[in-house]
Design a protein around this ligand. Sequence first.
Ligand code: G6P
Length: 362
Amino acid sequence: DASDIEKGTYPHYMLKEIDEQPLAIRNIITKYKDENDNIKLDEDIREAMKDTDRIYIIACGTSYNAGLVGKQLIENIAEVPVEVHIASEFLYNMPLVSKNPLFIFISQSGETADSRGVLVNVKKKGFKSLTITNVPGSTLSREADYTLHTHAGPEIAVASTKAYTAQMAVLTLLAVDTAQAKGMKLDFNPIQELGIVATAMESMIDQKEMIEGVARNFLSVTRNAFFIGRGVDYYVCLEGALKLKEISYIQAEGFAGGELKHGTIALIEKGTPVIALATQKHVNGSIRSNVQEVVARGASPCIISLAGLEEEGDTIVLDEVHEHLTPLASVVPLQLLAYYAALHRECDVDKPRNLAKSVTVE
Ligand code: G6P
């Protein structure tokens, strides 16, 4: 309950929760490692992940966006196929399910009715389920076979921040544990790499004032804004656009860089803000060309790149992190941009209009 948790010196819960992200990541590492510094999840979860032939991630809102990154993590690290579905759609538009599916529900609150509706159906069919949630005693946690706790601490602001990064951190550990269970050889040390992520988040958070300046110049009067990225950056763009929509009411959309030419580029006018993520080496050249295409049509670009891939003129440069984990770092400036845009537009940051923290009706 909001009244039990103090904002301290913070003007808003959202800013406090953005700042808490490095701590939450370090906390997750501590909770999931054993005395020999190995990642170790429950034996039951391990077996379920090892046995399944296909994972179905079910979620809504920000948790859905974390699920998209989770697909990438699980497929790349553990080589298990994953589908990600919006809970409300899955309810009446169920895909053909594999022989031995595992359903993973991602939910900050553990109370979202759309996700619960899917869980009830899945249980009727006798399929196994795992809930990843920030609230261990919640409905989705109690009703699923297994639970993984995101350990982010209570999230009060309606716009989700630390729950999203905590979900991705836990999905990383789940992927690593599964790979180990399958006897795969990993050249990825999650404890070390998540530690590096926590430090990169801190250095971004330390640059708040600079990001506030970018938001003021760039987002304080615009009607709309676009986020572009390729690969996993595209998934983070969806989350960046959602954050901006939720709290600043700027019409914002995330697009895959390559799709611009198939329609979206028609929306670009003089001064349209385009925020581009460039954290992926294998598509750095192509996203840079997309930026040139929109700039040639008058867009104002804000490029957020990863150290090592940066080019002169980039607006924000993230410290280097492992390629699997860039979303955990690159979302931080997007959260801060949304926060300061909302502040400059005098919106109610913690309680945006028409939205609820947890939606318990379908
Ligand atoms: C609501 C909130 C969103 C959240 C979504 C899913 O719409 O406003 O911030 O992402 O529900 O919530 P959950 O608790 O299931 O993650």
